[in-house]
Design a protein around this ligand. Structure first.
Ligand code: PMP
Length: 353
């Protein structure tokens, strides 16, 4: 019966990070530094826990389909914008494609980049135009703009996963000046950077900016994503979304998390400090990063050789082998808690080329 599975799922799927518990058991380690998924090592804010627990007692009711509390909290935090929400930014990406792209139409991505744009588009019958990044993995506007001519929707990830670099807002503006399709700017890691793309929303009604509570806000396990969207887009997104998709506990926790500015500041300061430390202390080239991770060039090792070697020493990082358009000698290392980062630096120093 396996042959009845759709072609797109026969050949590829999302690549998950290895399980820290299993790696620990496999190598007989007491503790493992979890640096493969770009999570926040701090537990959620007390405010998030408080509102999340309170919402549990109402779990006999469906969530508010308009997510008014979360919407209000987002407006209070960011200003008078239009928002949509979803089950992680993954959910927002999937619903955005479902809203805009017919089977057979094209999306554009800038490779190497986050894989889910492609996977979600293919699963929904769309095609994918891949535009390679230029030197230092920077986005070159001209070929990207050209590819957008044939497309319905384009994705740009900034700061980019897995390379870590951000694209300057002026470059995004230049692209927006020349395209007619919708641009989805993935800002999953923007809280760890100095980049600000929100002023662009005033000038372009084909811009969507995706954000997540999984990183800076420590709520990866609750799966909350949102996006700043043009006003015209919102009602159609709501039609396309799975009904009641974002659960009430997660939405309430997100409201609490948004109110705790200190929590995000702590994460941001730790990331900025350790990004610098890693670039100074690893004996392999570390690429400049605006995110809560860095990409490391481990050549002459392959990505998987480095990941295996580090895992044996209790440090779990992400192999970049599966990222399309990237040579096979990079790993992605999340900034973790202090002890994890220290353990990581030590493990790299003992990694044999
Ligand atoms: N975009 C990027 C660039 C990501 O790295 C991730 C998560 N790894 C996501 C989106 C999805 O985030 P979420 O947990 O909100 O689904």
């Amino acid at each position: 019966m396996k042959r009845s599975v759709r072609g797109c799922y026969q050949s590829e799927g999302y690549v998950f990070a290895k399980n820290a518990g299993e790696i620990g058991k496999q190598h007989g380690l007491e503790r493992v530094a979890r640096l493969a998924s770009n999570e926040n090592p701090d537990p959620p804010s007390d405010k998030a826990l408080e509102l999340g627990f309170a919402a549990l007692s109402n779990a006999n009711r469906y969530p508010d389909e308009r997510q008014v509390s979360l919407n209000d909290a987002l407006m209070a935090a960011h200003g008078n914008y239009h928002f949509v929400t979803g089950v992680g930014m993954d959910g927002v990406i999937e619903t955005t494609i479902r809203t805009l792209v017919e089977p057979g139409e094209l999306i554009v991505v800038s490779t190497p980049t986050f894989s889910f744009y492609r996977l979600s588009a293919i699963a929904q019958g769309a095609g994918v135009a891949e535009v390679p990044r230029g030197s230092g993995f920077s986005v070159e506007p001209a070929p990207f703009i050209e590819a957008c001519e044939e497309a319905k929707l384009a994705f740009l990830c900034t700061p980019n996963n897995p390379t870590g670099n951000g694209t300057p807002p002026e470059v995004i503006r230049e692209i927006l000046e020349h395209i007619d399709c919708v641009l989805f700017l993935d800002n999953a890691y923007v809280e760890f950077s100095e980049l600000d793309y929100l002023p662009l929303l005033r000038d372009y009604d084909n811009l969507i900016i995706g954000r997540t509570f999984s990183k800076a806000y420590s709520l990866a396990g609750l799966r909350v994503g949102y996006a700043f969207v043009p006003e015209w887009f919102r009602p159609y997104y709501v039609r396309a979304a799975t009904p009641h998709t974002l659960n009430a506990v997660s939405a309430a926790a997100a409201v609490g998390a948004l109110s705790d500015v200190k929590h995000v500041k702590t994460a941001r300061e730790r990331v900025i400090k350790w990004r610098k430390e890693l670039s100074g202390r690893l004996e392999y080239p570390v690429l400049p990063s605006d995110a809560n991770f860095v990409m490391v060039d481990v050549s002459p090792l392959t990505s998987d050789e480095a990941v295996e070697g580090l895992a044996r020493m209790g440090v779990l990082v992400r192999s970049c082998r599966s990222f399309r358009g990237l040579k096979d000698h990079y790993v992605r290392v999340s900034i973790g808690a202090d002890w994890e980062n220290t353990m990581c630096i030590d493990a790299f120093s003992r990694l044999n080329p």
